[in-house]
Design a protein around this ligand. Structure first.
Ligand code: A2P
Length: 277
């Protein structure tokens, strides 16, 4: 089953990004996952060196009949490669594994405050951007203080901050800062990693009432909040289900009730401390 392509959002440098993409975190067989995602209608693949599966992503892209301009590939500097020279080397390795001349978006994966290298790493991304080998550059898991520090010390405003974000963890202050700085918010774990969010009665009752699945209700909430998002699934029918969210709307009341959910809170690592990979 294929769905229509997701609409696009425009980044602060004019580059267009598909609003909905497919994440490769913890995907064991990325080649199959990307092939299925492209066949289903996904046009954004969210990769990272630390996921250990960029070569599989590259194989699937090489086998695809899509023109390069039709798909959007993100990758990320691993924490172990922060620092100017290491980040430049990590980028070369990433594009080589992906089999691409350029990526569409290159991110610093985590701030890793204890290393205090992200300003220098960002300068490497600015060099990559200036060389045309990344159409846009951004960050991931950056906190308000990290964004402020980059703004003081460097030239290019990140196009994207990819953060954990879902009903029950809506990060209102950070999103307001993104809006004021012209940074697009991209949500990871937009489904709250599954049952802790999707099983809540506030979600399931909306889903039942409008004849949609809990995942579609939550994804639709993100779409209406104007985020980009990368719901992860390795299951072909759930991939299709997750993309099939552009022909209905939530009522204002249902939307607001999702914005107010008390839980599940943060389900992934905390950017204050996360330093693995
Ligand atoms: P699966 O890969 O078996 O589909 P998140 O993107 O928030 O991290 O959530 C990912 C989790 O949500 C995965 O465990 C994934 O399982 C599950 N998931 C993805 N799509 C759906 C869906 N449509 N319905 C139920 N669970 C889903």
């Amino acid at each position: 089953m294929t769905s229509g392509p997701a609409p696009k959002l425009t980044l602060n440098n004019g580059v267009q990004i598909p609003q909905l993409g497919c994440g490769m975190f913890k995907v064991a067989d990325a080649e199959t996952a990307v092939s299925v995602a492209l066949a289903t209608g996904y046009r954004l693949i969210d990769a990272a060196a630390s996921y250990g599966n960029e070569a599989g992503v590259g194989s699937a892209l090489a086998a695809s009949s899509l023109d390069r301009s039709e798909f959007f590939v993100t990758s990320k500097v691993p924490n172990s490669a922060q620092g100017r020279r290491s980040a430049l080397r990590a980028f070369d390795e990433t594009v080589s594994r992906l089999g691409l001349d350029f990526v569409d978006l290159y991110l610093i994966h985590w701030p890793v405050p204890a290393k205090d290298l992200y300003v220098e790493t960002w300068e490497a991304l600015e060099e990559i951007y200036a060389s045309g080998r990344a159409r846009a550059i951004g960050v991931s898991n950056f906190r308000a203080q990290d964004l402020a520090r980059l703004a003081q010390r460097t030239g290019v405003v990140p196009a994207v901050n990819q953060i954990e974000l879902h009903p029950g963890f809506v990060q209102d202050e950070l999103r307001a800062l993104h809006r004021s700085m012209g940074i697009t918010t991209q949500a990871w774990s937009p489904l709250g990693r599954g049952s802790a969010l999707l099983g809540q009665s506030a979600v399931t009752s909306i889903a039942r009432a409008i004849g949609r699945t809990p995942a579609q209700v939550v994804i639709r909430w993100h779409v209406e909040e104007n985020h980009a998002l990368i719901p992860k699934s390795t299951n072909a029918s759930r991939l299709a289900e997750n993309l099939d969210v552009f022909d209905f709307e939530l009522s204002a009341e249902d939307h607001a009730s999702l914005s107010r959910l008390a839980g599940p809170g943060r389900v992934g690592p905390d950017p204050d401390t996360f330093d693995l990979h």
